[in-house]
Design a protein around this ligand. Structure first.
Ligand code: B4P
Length: 193
């Protein structure tokens, strides 16, 4: 199986690149942000709990997102592989993911980290906010809080995969096509083994 973690701060291009990668490699896309937004839209108890935290730029509790990912792995047993987008976002989530994959006799193949400076992240997210109406993209203060959450809680996840020799950082500031080409060359090198 090919199991890729796409990593980076909010607005780095994880969701954008995931869409291109699922087409090319036939992987299942697991975005905890998308899954939470569906729960929010359906006004489920979980969605209502997540809503306040997301709109305020904070992370949702680990147990909630780990449970969502576990269900998705169980319901996609025939998958050739997965793209994890926006998950894991804490070291606790990364440890849980390793355990869940081990139970299925598989593992993370590698993590690709997209590096983009803060001012460009803010520019991209505010632009998306104008088009999508996502409340967490509309307010510069919330965007800065999300970037701070990333630096405090998510950035250490890179060290977790680096210690396993599974981390590749790349420049995320080129065009979407430039970034896609670099990601594909890394994945193809993993597939050649
Ligand atoms: P997410 O949905 O994961 O959102 P995100 O990180 O903000 O951005 P995304 O990755 O989708 O955007 P992209 O960079 O592709 O999370 C939202 C919230 O959900 C979190 O704040 C948190 O509350 C909660 N949550 C989710 N997962 C969680 C977890 N595991 N644990 C706890 N809480 C969790 O793109 C951004 C914009 O940039 C787009 O408009 C795109 O068009 C543009 N763009 C992309 N690539 C570009 C390029 N190369 N050049 C120019 N623009 C580009």
């Amino acid at each position: 199986m090919l199991n890729l973690v796409l990593f980076g701060p909010p607005g780095a291009g994880k969701g954008t690149q995931s869409q291109k990668l699922i087409e090319k490699y036939g992987l299942i896309h697991l975005s905890t942000g998308d899954l939470l937004r569906i729960e929010k839209a359906n006004r489920t108890p979980l969605g209502l709990e997540a809503q306040k935290l997301m709109d305020d730029g904070k992370l949702v509790p680990d147990a909630v997102v780990i449970g969502m990912i576990s269900n998705k792995l169980d319901s996609n047993r025939q998958a050739v592989g997965f793209i994890f987008d926006g998950f894991p976002r804490t070291v606790v989530q990364a440890e849980a993911l390793d355990r869940l994959l081990e139970e299925k006799n598989t593992a993370i193949s590698g993590m690709i980290g997209l590096e983009v400076p803060d001012d460009e992240l803010e520019r991209r997210l505010l632009q998306r906010g104008k088009e999508s109406g996502r409340p967490d993209d509309a307010n510069p203060e919330v965007i800065r809080k999300r970037i701070k959450e990333y630096n405090d809680k998510t950035a250490p996840v890179a060290g977790f995969y680096k210690a396993q020799n599974k981390l590749e950082n790349i420049d995320g500031t080129g065009t979407e096509e430039d970034v896609f080409a670099v990601i594909c060359s890394i994945i193809d090198s993993w597939l050649k083994g």
